[in-house]
Design a protein around this ligand. Structure first.
Ligand code: GDP
Length: 358
C-alpha cells in the first residue's frame, strides 16, 4: 500500500527473495493501492476476500506482508484467512532468516534479543487463541498469564542485554590485540547479494557460504589475503544491507556492523548488473553514514561485469567516475586491478604502521 523510491514491484521481488532465503516456496504476490492502510486488516476487505480465495486454491500456508503489521492487524488477518494460515510481516521474516543463519554466540544472542523485543507487544495473540479454544472459560486467567509471560520475556531481555554486553567487551579486547598487529583490516560492505562472499572466497580460497540468497553472510568473517608483492591485509565480510531493513534490526545488529568502524578501508561491493544498482549504492551509503564510519576511506567496486549487456560502456563509466574498479568475482576478471587499488588506498596507513615497527 506504500510507494517509495524503489517501487512496489521491486520491494515485493526482494520480499520473495527473502522468503526463498527462509526456505519458503513463493506461489504468488499481490498488492493494493490505498490512501492509507486499513487500521483493522491493513488491506481492504475486498482484498482480504481475494487472498482468501487464493489461499484455498493454492493451498497457501503463509501470507507475508511487506510492511510491519500491528499486533491487532496480524490477529484480524489470521482470523479472516482462517485455518492454520500463518500471517507474518517483513520484520518477522527477516528475524526468521537471522535465526537460521546466526553462526556465532554473539549473533545468536542478538537475534534472540530482537525476537523477544518483537514478540513482547504481540503476546496477546497466543492467549486469545487459547481462550477461544477453551470456549472463553479461561478469560481472566488468560489475561493474568499474559502479564506473567510479559514479565518472563522482560527478564529474558534484560539477561540477554547483559550477556551481549559482556560478549562485546570480550570481542573489543580481542580486537584491540589484533589492531596492534601491523596488518590493515579491509571490510567488504554492500548490498545483499552483491557478491561479497564470492569475492572473499575468490581472494582467499576460503569456504564462506556463497549462494544466490539474501543474507548468505550473517557474521563478520575475516580472512587473511596475501598479495603478490608480499603485503597482506585482513579481509572481513559483513552482513548485507537491504532496502527495507527495519530500524529495529539495524540496532540489533550494531555489533556485527561495528567491525566496520575499525577498518582501515571499506570496499563497497556493487552488483552493477542489477537494474537498481544506483539506488542500492545510495542505500548502502546512507546506512554507512548512519553508522558513523564516514572517516574510513571507501573503494567502490562494480562487480558482475561479466553479466552486464554492455561491459565496455560500464567500464567507460567507471573510468569517467574514477576511483571505481570493475571486477567479476565469478570469472576473476579485474581482481589484480582490485588488489592494486587496495594497496594504493592502504599505502598511507601501511607507511604509518611500518614506521612504527623498528
Ligand atoms: P553476498 O550476499 O554479497 O555475499 O553475495 P554472494 O557472494 O552470496 O553472491 C550472490 C550471487 O551472485 C551468487 O549466486 C553468486 O554466484 C553471484 N555472483 C557473485 N559475483 C558474481 C559475478 O561477478 N558475476 C556473476 N555473474 N555472478 C556473481
Amino acid at each position: 500500500a506504500k510507494t517509495d523510491s524503489f517501487g512496489i514491484e521491486e520491494s515485493l521481488k526482494e520480499l520473495a527473495q527473502l522468503a526463498d532465503t527462509a526456505g519458503l516456496h513463493v506461489v504468488g504476490s499481490t498488492y493494493q493501492k490505498l490512501a492509507s492502510p486499513n487500521p483493522r486488516t491493513y488491506i481492504g476487505s475486498g482484498k482480504v476476500a481475494e487472498i482468501k480465495t487464493a489461499i484455498q486454491a493454492l493451498e497457501v500456508e503463509t501470507v507475508i506482508f511487506d510492511d510491519e503489521l500491528s499486533p491487532g492487524q496480524l490477529r484480524n488477518l489470521e482470523k479472516a484467512f482462517g485455518g492454520d494460515v500463518r500471517v507474518c510481516d517483513r520484520t518477522a521474516l527477516i528475524l526468521d532468516i537471522f535465526n537460521q543463519r546466526a553462526a556465532t554466540h554473539e549473533a545468536a544472542l542478538q537475534v534472540e534479543l530482537a525476537q523477544m523485543e518483537y514478540q513482547l507487544p504481540r503476546l496477546t495473540r497466543l492467549w486469545t487463541h487459547l481462550e477461544r479454544q477453551a470456549g472463553g472459560k479461561v478469560k481472566g486467567m488468560g489475561e493474568k498469564q499474559i502479564e506473567v509471560d510479559k514479565r518472563i520475556l522482560r527478564d529474558r531481555i534484560a539477561a540477554l542485554k547483559k550477556e551481549l554486553e559482556s560478549v562485546r567487551r570480550h570481542r573489543k579486547l580481542y580486537r584491540n590485540r589484533r589492531v596492534s598487529v601491523p596488518i590493515p583490516v579491509v571490510s567488504l560492505v554492500g548490498y545483499t547479494n552483491a557478491g561479497k562472499s564470492t569475492l572473499l572466497n575468490r581472494l582467499t580460497g576460503s569456504n564462506v557460504l556463497a549462494e544466490d540468497r539474501l543474507f548468505a553472510t550473517l557474521d563478520p568473517t575475516t580472512r587473511r589475503v596475501q598479495v603478490k608483492n608480499g603485503k597482506q591485509f585482513l579481509l572481513t565480510d559483513t552482513v548485507g544491507f537491504i532496502q527495507k531493513l527495519p530500524t529495529m534490526l539495524v540496532a540489533a545488529f550494531r555489533a556485527t556492523l561495528e567491525e566496520i568502524s575499525e577498518s582501515s578501508l571499506l570496499v563497497h561491493v556493487v552488483d552493477i548488473s542489477h537494474p537498481l544498482a544506483e539506488q542500492q549504492i545510495d542505500t548502502v551509503e546512507k546506512v554507512l553514514s548512519e553508522l558513523d564510519v564516514s572517516s574510513a576511506p571507501v573503494l567502490m567496486v562494480w562487480n558482475k561485469v561479466d553479466k552486464v549487456s554492455d561491459p565496455e560502456k560500464v567500464k567507460a563509466e567507471a573510468k569517467r567516475r574514477g576511483d571505481v574498479v570493475c571486477i567479476s568475482a565469478l570469472t576473476g576478471e579485474g581482481l589484480d586491478d582490485f588488489c592494486n587499488a587496495i594497496q594504493e588506498k592502504l599505502k598511507d596507513s601501511m607507511v604509518r604502521v611500518e614506521a612504527l615497527v623498528p
